[in-house]
Each structure stands twice: as structure tokens, then as C-alpha cells.
Design a protein around this ligand. Structure first.
Ligand code: ATR
Length: 275
């Protein structure tokens, strides 16, 4: 019998996950379908109960339900619990268990360029939901420093205080970034500033940067944000958010099927969808 997989969000029409995941199921000859469902906040509990009753194989969860879904699940793994957000649910013998593959997906994509985060000085820009998943994941990799710069510095400090993994971190302002940007080995932009259609803006000034610093942006539309364009202009190596998106999906697929899929195929698929 065909197995059901899904993604719950609101809105969900623009999600590139259904085409990417359905292609994988067919590529690996699996009798499964992955469907998007637009779910209102008030209907989330009913949607989860319905999927469970129907014997769903697993599903993804996206904005705005990543945190709200937790009370409706039967269990949650440690990293997702600490982050406070679930993006992947697995039906494990009738129990719906929540995981977070956003942070691990980012790290796996990054590792293709930077195999080792240990002993690196890392700066994250932004302190929202995506930053949280990445911060908690990187904190376990033993960087020398893992600082967070945010418009609202208190929010960055809260994120740091919430993290149970021991790491040297400071919450800093964008002004402080301007003075210290050359000190970092890795800088990760996690806000949605510069995402299509509002391209041409960036969260911080990139002055006095070093070309040895590696720059990441979690945005993949456009493929090169203003932030990455300027970093590249200064001679630095850069990585856009495509890998994070692809690898979070690959890790979800692996949890559901036991197969770590062909990420090049997934990347090509997303690039085709982006046009
Ligand atoms: P997400 O869950 O997608 O990460 P979020 O929780 O709304 O989204 O977080 C958005 C991030 O972008 C935050 O770091 C936010 O900064 P504040 O905490 O100060 O709000 C940042 N952000 C959004 N708009 C911004 C702007 N115009 N300038 C600077 N930072 C901005």
C-alpha cells in the first residue's frame, strides 16, 4: 500500500519539498507520496491526530508550526527538545517522534566546505528560529567562540542562556560586529534580510573583512544575497542556503527510509524549481 508523507505549514504553496521528496521516492522505487497540507494553528492538533490515524510514514513541519506541534507529538529527541522546534516527525511503530534536522542539515552542508568547526571563531548574525537550530548544533562542535550578533541584543543573550551545551559565547550589537568582523573564521547570516523579493539589503556592513573568513547565508532565493556578493567581492569563500535546505530534507528522508539520498540530485531538483 502506498505510504503517506507530508509537510504541514501555513502558507505551504511555495514549498519546494514536495517535488524534491516525491522525486526521491520515485528514484529509490518506493511506493510513497509526499503531500503539502496548509494547516491553520487551531487545526494543528486535529491534523496531527488525522495523520497518525491514517498511518503516516512521517512528515515535515514548517513555519508557523515548528514549536506549536511539540505538545501533540508522542516524543521528541534531545536536540529538538533543546531547540524547542521540530521540523521532521517519524512514525516509529505508531508513535510520532519529533526531530530537528535544520541545525544538523546546516552543519552537514557546511562540513562539505569546512570539515572542522572545532577551534574556529564563529559569528552568527540573527537570533530567530533558524539561528536557534544552528546555534545549538554548532555549540556541540567545540568552536573556540560562537558569538551572536542581533539587532535586539537581549534576544541573542536569551538564546545563549537557553543553550545547555557549554561554549564560549557573547551577544553583541551590529556596531560591535563592525569593529570585530575580521576576527572570525566563519560568519553565518541567519536572518531573512536580503531574501527575495527584498533583495539588495544586508544586516551588517562588511567593512574590514578578511578573505580568509568563510561566509554563509541561509537564504537560497536569491542564490547570492547582497551579503554574500560583498563577501565574494572581498575575495572570501561563500556558501548560500541551498545546502541547508537540501541536507535538512536528506536527513529527514534518511530518518523515514534508512537511505541517505543523492544530495546532488536534490540540489539539481531545487535549482530547477528556482528556475
Ligand atoms: P526566523 O524564525 O525565520 O529566524 P524570526 O524569529 O522572526 O524568524 O527572526 C528573525 C531574525 O531576523 C531576528 O534575528 C531579527 O532580529 P530581532 O531579534 O532584533 O527582531 C532579524 N531581523 C528581522 N528583521 C530585521 C531588520 N529589519 N533588521 C535587523 N534584523 C532583523
Amino acid at each position: 500500500m502506498k505510504k503517506l508523507f507530508a509537510v504541514l505549514g501555513n502558507p505551504i504553496g511555495h514549498s519546494m519539498s514536495p517535488v524534491m521528496l516525491n522525486d526521491l521516492f520515485s528514484y529509490y522505487n518506493m511506493d510513497a507520496v509526499y503531500l503539502p497540507f496548509q494547516v491553520e494553528d487551531a487545526d494543528l492538533h486535529d491534523a496531527v491526530k488525522g495523520l497518525k490515524t491514517l498511518g503516516v510514514g512521517g512528515f515535515n513541519v514548517t513555519v508557523p508550526h515548528k514549536s506549536n506541534i511539540i505538545p501533540f507529538l508522542d516524543g521528541i529527541d534531545e536536540l529538538a527538545a533543546n531547540i524547542g522546534a521540530v521540523n521532521t516527525v517519524v512514525n516509529e511503530n505508531g508513535q510520532l517522534i519529533g526531530y530537528n534536522t535544520d541545525g544538523p542539515g546546516f552543519l552537514k552542508g557546511l562540513n562539505a566546505f569546512l570539515p572542522k568547526i572545532a577551534d574556529q571563531k564563529v559569528l552568527m548574525i540573527g537570533a530567530g528560529g533558524a539561528a536557534r537550530a544552528i546555534y545549538f548544533t554548532l555549540a556541540k562542535e567545540n568552536p573556540t567562540v560562537l558569538n551572536i550578533a542581533n539587532r535586539t541584543v537581549e534576544r541573542a543573550q536569551e538564546l545563549i542562556n537557553d543553550c545547555p551545551y557549554s561554549v564560549s559565547s557573547s551577544a553583541i550589537s551590529f556596531d560591535e560586529v563592525r569593529q570585530s568582523i575580521g576576527e572570525y573564521d566563519l560568519i553565518i547570516q541567519t536572518t531573512l534580510i536580503g531574501m527575495s523579493p527584498k533583495i539588495g539589503v544586508k544586516p551588517v556592513e562588511l567593512i574590514n573583512i578578511r578573505k580568509e573568513t568563510f561566509f554563509c547565508d541561509i537564504i537560497y532565493n536569491p542564490l547570492e544575497t547582497q551579503f554574500l556578493q560583498e563577501a565574494r567581492f572581498h575575495g572570501a569563500n561563500i556558501q548560500n542556503g541551498l545546502d541547508m535546505f537540501v541536507y535538512q530534507g536528506a536527513l529527514a528522508f534518511e530518518k523515514w527510509t534508512g537511505i541517505f539520498p543523492d544530495v546532488e540530485r536534490m540540489r539539481d531538483n531545487v535549482l530547477k524549481q528556482l528556475g
